[in-house]
Each structure stands twice: as structure tokens, then as C-alpha cells.
Design a protein around this ligand. Structure first.
Ligand SMILES: [Zn+2]
Length: 42
């Protein structure tokens, strides 16, 4: 049995593990989706 290792960083907000986390300079700990939400809120 093979263990599936999720690649990438874990988004602090939604806990999705994706290599896309950190792409947004304003929210380096969030995935792009959450970063967009945070921008809407601010
Ligand atoms: Zn997220």
C-alpha cells in the first residue's frame, strides 16, 4: 500500500494542501482562492 503524499503547502485558512499556496505575495500562507477572499474582505 502506497502512502499518498500531498504536494505543496497547507493553506492556513482552508487547510487545502496545494503548491499554489504562497503565490500571492500579500497572503503567503494562503491558497489563491483564500487570498482572493481576504482581499474582498479588506
Ligand atoms: Zn485556502
Amino acid at each position: 500500500m502506497k502512502v499518498i503524499v500531498a504536494e505543496g503547502e497547507k493553506c492556513e485558512r482552508c487547510w487545502n494542501v496545494t503548491p499554489l499556496v504562497g503565490l500571492d505575495a500579500d497572503h503567503p500562507t494562503l491558497c489563491p482562492r483564500c487570498a482572493a477572499v481576504m482581499k474582498k474582505l479588506s
